[in-house]
Design a protein around this ligand. Structure first.
Ligand code: GUN
Length: 294
């Protein structure tokens, strides 16, 4: 198969953005400007880039956004105090506390403190629970929500498919599996979640009609692990050292793209696959929060 098997995440994200902008316009006619507040603790370089990209997209879609940057030494109590203020500020519709947080802060406590109605990340236990229960009232976490939209809008058959998810993290792997096992039209898949305790990961991967790599291991998925005609989604973002690259390092995904691409029915490029979709779902969630809170 050729370059025509690429899933253009940027183009699909733009489709979502145009739907989202329409909803922003409708809110504006009612005098409501959706507002999203990013909270970043410390100066993790990747988090700075991600939050910067999310903020830029918010502004392009007419969503008011600000970033509150707190020093690395911020205590948990101080962070909770800021979240409490944002929860009770009626001009704020969405709150996103960028992960990872410094080690002295307990992330689950922080995510549980964000009002579930402003939890545009879908990390609050109430929203996680709703996802498990198949209750669509909650907020979907952005990356797995974005992968789901990519599959749907590419026309990939999901119902009855063998899906293998690599990685069991709370941000991608677990919610991804929860989305795809629901008994609904665009889900209803047979999902296997592989992780560091899995015996013979390659054998599971070879069975997959849809292989979703979100384990955070550079170019882990090799050609021999992929079935001919499979759909491969690469969620990974890994910085690897490369003396020949600018700055001595470069970013690679969890999939050995060059080797795997020829075997695929569809594959996401990286960058330009999942990343833009994460942002698109965040924008959708923010507008939904503003609609529901007003
Ligand atoms: N860090 C990596 N992905 C995410 C995400 O989706 N949300 C937040 N808040 N932090 C992240």
């Amino acid at each position: 198969m050729s370059a025509t098997n690429l899933i253009d995440g940027r183009a699909i994200a733009e489709q979502l953005h145009s739907e989202t902008s329409g909803r922003v316009e409708k809110l504006k006619l009612r005098g409501i400007i959706p507002k999203l507040v990013f909270v970043r603790v410390g100066e993790d370089p990747a988090s700075r880039v991600y939050v910067g990209m999310k903020e830029k997209t918010s502004q392009r879609l007419g969503i008011d956004s600000i970033t509150r940057v707190l020093p690395e030494a911020t205590s948990q109590a101080e962070l909770l105090e800021l979240i409490g203020k944002l929860n009770s500020d009626s001009s704020v519709h969405g709150i996103l506390v960028q992960a990872p947080l410094p080690r002295h802060i307990d992330s689950p406590t922080i995510y549980a403190a964000v009002s579930a109605r402003k939890d545009v990340d879908g990390f609050h236990p109430l929203n996680v629970g709703k996802l498990m229960l198949g209750d669509t009232d909650g907020f979907l976490p952005c990356t797995p929500g974005g992968v789901h939209e990519l599959l749907i809008r590419t026309g990939v058959p999901i119902s009855g498919a063998e899906v293998v998810v690599l990685g069991r993290g709370n941000i991608v792997g677990k919610p991804m599996a929860a989305i795809l096992i629901q008994k609904t039209k665009h889900a209803n898949a047979t999902v296997t979640v592989c992780h560091s305790g899995t015996r013979d990961i390659a054998k599971h991967c070879q069975r997959a009609d849809i292989l979703i790599a979100a384990l955070g291991s550079p170019e882990f998925v090799k050609a021999e692990m992929v079935k001919e005609g499979a759909v491969v989604i690469d969620v990974g973002v890994n910085r690897v050292s490369d003396p020949a690259a600018k700055g001595g390092s470069r970013l690679v995904g969890d999939v050995d793209f060059k080797a795997v691409q020829p075997k695929c029915k569809w594959i996401t490029p990286n960058p330009g696959g999942v990343g833009p979709m994460t942002i698109a779902v965040l924008m959708q969630n923010t507008v939904r929060a503003a609609e529901l809170l007003n």
